[in-house]
Design a protein around this ligand. Structure first.
Ligand SMILES: *[C@@H]1O[C@H](CO)[C@@H](O)[C@H](O)[C@H]1NC(C)=O
Ligand SMILES: *[C@@H]1O[C@H](CO)[C@@H](O)[C@H](O)[C@H]1NC(C)=O
Ligand SMILES: *[C@@H]1O[C@H](CO)[C@@H](O)[C@H](O)[C@H]1NC(C)=O
Length: 184
C-alpha cells in the first residue's frame, strides 16, 4: 500500500511539474516580406503565463529573437534585427507559445529554438523556416560546335538551389545531359 501511494504520488507530482514542447515535423515556409507563425505548444496543455519563454537562434541565448519573462515580453532584450517583427501569438493560458515573425527576409532562414523554462523543469525544440526565392526566367541559347549543337539554359537568383532537368520535345528526360551550377 505504501509503495502504491508513493507511485501515485510520483505520478501526480511529476504530471504537475513536467511538460514537453510540441513543434511541427517539417519546416515552415514563407514568402519574402510575408509573415509566418512558428508553432510551439506545451503538452500536456497548461497555463504558462508565469514561465520563462525564449525563442533564439544560433545558440545565442543572450541575443534572443524574443524573451518573455516576469509576465511580459521583454521589449529591449532581443536582437535588434527582430525588434518589432517578433511576437507571441498563441494563448499562453493554454500553453501555446507560438512565435509570429513578420516581414520575412532571406536572413530569417534557418533554425529557431523554442525554449520554455519553469522552476526545476524546462524543454526546448527546434522549428525551421525556409524562404524560397524563385530566380529569373530561364534563357535558352544555341551555339553550333562543329557538327554538334550546344544548348544552354541560364537562370539565376534561385534559393535554395533548384533542381534542373533537360527534356526532349516529347517530354522525356535526357539523363546524360550535363548540368552545371555556379554560385553567385
Ligand atoms: C497556437 O496559436 C496559433 C496562433 O494563434 C494558432 O495558429 C495555433 O493553431 C495554436 N496551436 C494550438 C495547438 O492550439
Ligand atoms: C520590411 O522590410 C523592409 C526591407 O527590409 C523594410 O523596408 C520595411 O520597413 C519593413 N516593414 C516592416 C513593417 O517592418
Ligand atoms: C556551350 O555554351 C556555353 C555557353 O555559351 C559555354 O560556356 C560552353 O563552353 C559551350 N560548350 C562547348 C562545348 O562549346
Amino acid at each position: 500500500m505504501l509503495v502504491l501511494l508513493t507511485i501515485l504520488n510520483l505520478l501526480t507530482s511529476s504530471n504537475a511539474v513536467t511538460f514537453f514542447l510540441v513543434v511541427p515535423d517539417g519546416s515552415i515556409s514563407g514568402q519574402l516580406g510575408s509573415s509566418v507563425v512558428l508553432p510551439c505548444t506545451l503538452s500536456p496543455s497548461q497555463d504558462c503565463r508565469e514561465f520563462e519563454i525564449l525563442w533564439y537562434r544560433n545558440k545565442d541565448r543572450d541575443n534572443p529573437v524574443l524573451l518573455y519573462k516576469d509576465l511580459k515580453v521583454q521589449e529591449n532584450a532581443g536582437d535588434p534585427q527582430y525588434r518589432g517583427r517578433a511576437s507571441l501569438v498563441g494563448d499562453l493560458q493554454k500553453g501555446n507559445v507560438s512565435l509570429k515573425l513578420e516581414n520575412l527576409t532571406v536572413a530569417d532562414r534557418g533554425e529557431y529554438v523554442c525554449f520554455v523554462d519553469r522552476t526545476k523543469w524546462y524543454d526546448q525544440a527546434s522549428v525551421f523556416i525556409t524562404v524560397p526565392v524563385v530566380g529569373s526566367p530561364p534563357l535558352q541559347s544555341l551555339t553550333e560546335v562543329g557538327d554538334q549543337v550546344n544548348v544552354t539554359c541560364e537562370s539565376d537568383g534561385w534559393s535554395p538551389k533548384p533542381t534542373l532537368t533537360w527534356r526532349d520535345r516529347s517530354g522525356k528526360e535526357l539523363w546524360n545531359s550535363p548540368k552545371y551550377y555556379t554560385q553567385g
